[in-house]
Design a protein around this ligand. Structure first.
Ligand SMILES: Cc1cc2nc3c(=O)[nH]c(=O)nc-3n(C[C@H](O)[C@H](O)[C@H](O)COP(=O)(O)OP(=O)(O)OC[C@H]3O[C@@H](n4cnc5c(N)ncnc54)[C@H](O)[C@@H]3O)c2cc1C
Length: 471
């Protein structure tokens, strides 16, 4: 007969279902747009991409009339609900970035995002944004031999690209920093910080307002049209006439005609523990408060919070039929169960720790696994999206790219390999969903076979061929 603890565990492990970050940050409500306005630049979406773009634009050109239109509230999207890792990752790994974009393309893209992490820290400090920014670095751990091959391959790539700040750690060196019996070794990267993402979004919103931007909340763009040399955005209650528009709606861009075939929303999920006691922390270490990821295709990512919890995310991702985005998809029971299991497998010392919160949200997946920046509508509509689940730092780089695009400047940033590049497309529905789902399953299968000891750390060749076909 099952013991009482078994039933207790079943009931108590997942006791919450709200976005802890949104719950623990102060949000100042803003009015929705209820009339017609004329601005120089309208930014659609008030997540990190929209907010950093406004920040960069107003610093470059004070006095510019900038309005942000947010369909819900500042930080409602992925920006207010992510793991809070500001990291350099682009493409599936540094190795993939180099393979797909060459030495020079990979090096400049990586360095641009690394610079962003430095600049984010400096901006947060100079504006006193209280957002629990901790620059503790990143540990990319290998938990089986195939994952270790990937770790080592990224290390060799960092050497080949002459990138500073990477160190290969043995199993015991890794476990001395954070103690899990599953670790075989790790790649430590200096360029990574963890942050309270909703506090950063709310803090940044206040800063851009001080700089002169106006933010309208509960103001979804319903259509956009061009006439008289300007763009016109219709919202439920108002109208915006703008010289230029920046589309910063990430996963939601998949609902627009331009990005329907270029972006698939994938839901990723997070579980958060209750605060650990000092004794519990002592059993695992983690004094440096690094962000941690493993080397699965569907990574596990985890970090400490300021109030002593562990945020545990990843493990799987779900594309819902038709690539739809719906509030009810914020709950992903199957994934939560898997998160619970992998947490306890990784830290058996913490088997009695309970989860207090669980939530999820949509990220934007592109066929190339790279972000997309470009311009449409004869130079008036600029977009930056498709971060494939790691846009916290790249959205800062994106803000600078979009600033340069709006101001008509060519710069090193507008020459990066993911700007104005030929964007790979997914096939039309229902093939789009089927392809994306088959890809997801294939990646999960590979994760399982690697866990079972197979040494196929490279991606499934069939899958790579399929991805190439549609790109
Ligand atoms: C659970 C989860 C964990 C993640 N963890 C990490 C991590 O640890 N590190 C990392 O780098 N990345 C992570 N990401 C990804 C990261 O959060 C995103 O890449 C990044 O926040 C994208 O920012 P954004 O501003 O482009 O998009 P969003 O933050 O999604 O903002 C888009 C905004 O557009 C608004 N919008 C949509 N349609 C309209 C419309 N028609 N009119 C007006 N407004 C509209 C939305 O309401 C939303 O607020 C995670 C994402 C999720 C969901």
């Amino acid at each position: 007969m099952a013991c009482p603890q078994f039933f207790e565990r079943l009931i108590v492990r997942n006791i919450g279902s709200s976005v802890y970050w949104l719950e623990t940050s102060k949000h100042n409500p803003r009015p929705s747009l209820a009339h017609a306005i004329e601005v120089d630049v309208a930014i659609v979406g008030a997540g990190f991409t929209g907010l950093w773009t406004a920040y960069q634009l107003l610093n470059a050109q004070p006095g510019l009339r900038v309005a942000l239109l947010e369909g819900e509230e500042v930080g409602f999207g992925a920006s207010g609900r992510n793991g809070g890792f500001a990291m350099t990752l682009l493409d599936m790994s540094l190795t993939h970035l180099r393979r797909n974009h060459g030495d020079s393309g990979a090096r400049s893209a990586h360095l641009a995002v690394a610079d962003s992490i430095d600049e984010m820290g400096a901006t947060i400090a100079s504006h006193n944004i209280e957002c629990e920014w901790v620059r503790g670095g990143l540990l990319v751990v290998g938990t089986n031999r195939a994952q270790m091959q990937r770790v080592e391959s990224d290390y060799r790539t960092s050497e080949a690209l002459d990138l500073a700040g990477f160190e290969l750690l043995s199993g015991s060196e890794t476990r001395a920093q954070l103690d899990s019996p599953t670790y075989l070794g790790a790649l430590a990267e200096e360029h990574c910080a963890v942050v309270h993402p909703a506090k950063l979004a709310n803090g940044l919103a206040a800063v851009v307002e001080e700089l002169g931007a106006t933010i309208y909340e509960h103001t979804p763009m319903s259509s956009i049209s061009e006439h008289g040399g300007r763009l016109h955005i219709a919202t439920h209650g108002g109208m915006v006439s703008a010289e230029q528009v920046v589309l910063a709606t990430n996963a939601w861009a998949s609902t627009t005609p331009w990005f329907k075939s270029k972006v698939v929303p994938l839901y990723t999920y997070i579980a958060l523990t209750e605060p650990l006691s000092e004794e519990q922390w002592e059993t695992i270490g983690w004094q440096q408060r690094q962000g941690v990821e493993d080397k699965r295709n569907f990574v596990h990512y985890y970090r400490r919070t300021d109030d002593g919890r562990i945020l545990w995310g990843g493990s799987d991702g779900i594309i819902y039929p038709g690539g739809k985005i719906k509030a009810r998809y914020d709950r992903g029971e199957t994934v939560f169960k898997r998160l619970d299991k992998t947490f306890r497998h990784t830290f058996p010392q913490l088997d009695n720790v309970r989860f207090s919160h669980t939530w999820g949200g949509p990220v934007a997946i592109t066929a190339s696994f790279m972000p997309m920046f470009g311009t449409l509508l004869e130079g008036r509509l600029h977009y930056g999206l498709g971060y494939n689940g790691h846009g916290v730092a790249p959205s800062h780089t994106g803000g600078k790219i979009l600033r340069d695009k709006v101001l008509g400047k060519t710069s090193e940033l507008t020459e990066l390999c993911f700007v104005d590049s030929r964007e790979a497309a997914f096939p039309p529905e229902p093939l789009r969903w089927i392809t994306a789902e088959l890809t997801r399953r294939s990646l999960l299968r590979q994760d399982a076979s690697m866990d079972a000891g197979k040494l196929n750390g490279a991606m499934d060749p069939l899958l790579l061929r399929a991805m190439k076909k549609f790109s």
